[in-house]
Ligand binder design. Structure first.
Ligand code: ATP
Length: 348
């Protein structure tokens, strides 16, 4: 963080301080709206505050408005209405200062295929004004971090999708910005590469970097994020820590696997919905059968299994467990978050 930068932030108005943490806000949003030229109302009245140092997760189904929101924060789109402050600077009045004080890893990789891995990172160092004397060390450090030391002198056009993603992460972080936007940074990466990036994100967060993450992987959000917000149709519909959100689901989840296809799953769901002992239950049809979330799932789970069997349905397995973020997402949005498969066979 530059001196100028921290100085400006020290002078922030009290209203931009997150009340819960008393830390200054890295991002402060009031009534943000963004309507595209074709009339699409992508973001409609978003309010949020992300305090400095937080690892914040922004979740939502495809088309919910996540990338649009991030692009406003990164000053690539101007708000239609509302006020947005990033690192203490207004997105409309001070876009240049914001760009200097953030890192942005977009969904599409932003590297030059004709340059080598080292050259791409060195180029980003120049673009972001990393002091000349420290550039070589920074290039080596980042190559090591994203596991590209062995291919440092190869052109990026020869890289797999996962390698390009890792190189892109390195270029977004060269200037050690106090706030980093990561738009699905690990999509398509295999578990090893994903873990390696997680470790780095956690490390820079522990050292004080604020992180604003969108992800397709709810497990990733659960492991990394202090707090989450869920956006649906351009509006924030839930927010809290992963534990808070899981508690809000209420009770436990009974997963029942069934033989016999869709018809059997629908019948089982109707039986579970009408089951007296589960008056507070949420029932969802899953790929394998049904899942029932209820305060009394543990006490009355076996009664439901008997009722299903008496109705002629074949139960092939069952499990009672605590809610996960997938259950939270399902309860809030009514749909599972589709995960994009990793690039099979392209990782190294
Ligand atoms: P994804 O996970 O698929 O990236 P998202 O939550 O990031 O989705 P956005 O990309 O912000 O969603 O899109 C929000 C809405 O705005 C969608 O209806 C999308 O079709 C629309 N949209 C996005 N970009 C444009 C554009 N340039 N012009 C018009 N509409 C757009």
């Amino acid at each position: 963080m530059s001196q100028e930068h921290s100085g400006e932030r020290d002078g922030q108005a009290p209203g931009s301080v997150d009340a819960r943490s008393s830390r200054p806000a890295a991002i402060d949003v009031d009534g943000l709206e963004l309507t595209y030229g074709d009339g699409t109302e992508a973001v409609q009245g978003v309010d949020m505050t992300v305090p400095e140092g937080e690892f914040f997760g922004f979740l939502g189904p495809n088309g919910a408005g996540k990338t649009t929101t991030i692009k406003v924060f990164a000053t690539l789109l101007s708000p239609t209405a509302g006020s947005v402050t990033v690192n203490g600077f207004d997105v409309t009045a001070d876009p240049r200062k914001i760009r200097e004080s953030i890192g942005y890893m977009a969904q599409e990789t932003n590297i030059d295929p004709e340059l080598t891995a080292s050259e791409n990172i060195r180029f980003a160092c120049e673009a972001y004004g990393v002091p000349r004397g420290t550039r070589a060390d920074r290039v080596d450090e980042l190559l090591d971090l994203v596991d590209l030391v062995d291919v440092a002198s190869k052109r990026a056009e020869e890289f797999s999708g996962g390698m390009k993603k890792r190189l892109d992460a390195a270029t977004a972080l060269v200037h050690q910005p106090p706030l980093v936007f990561l738009d699905e940074p690990t999509t398509g990466l295999d578990p090893k590469a994903r873990n390696r990036l997680w470790e780095y994100f956690q490390r820079i967060n522990e050292e004080g970097t604020t992180i604003f993450l969108t992800t397709q992987y709810l497990e990733e959000a659960d492991q990394l994020c202090d707090r989450l917000a869920v956006i649906l149709g351009g509006e924030i519909v839930a927010d809290g820590s992963p534990a808070d959100l899981k508690r809000q689901v209420g009770g436990e989840v009974l997963d029942v696997d069934l033989e016999d296809g869709d018809d059997a799953r629908q019948r089982a769901a109707s039986i579970a919905e009408g089951f007296d002992a589960f008056s507070d239950a949420t029932v969802n049809v899953t790929d394998e059968g049904i899942s029932v979330t209820a305060e009394t799932a543990r006490q009355h789970g076996t009664d439901l299994l008997v009722a299903l069997r008496d109705a002629g349905l074949t139960v092939t397995g069952f499990n009672i467990r605590a809610p996960t973020l997938d259950d939270v997402f399902l309860a809030i949005t009514g749909e599972e978050l589709a995960e994009r498969a990793p690039d099979q066979g392209v990782e190294q």
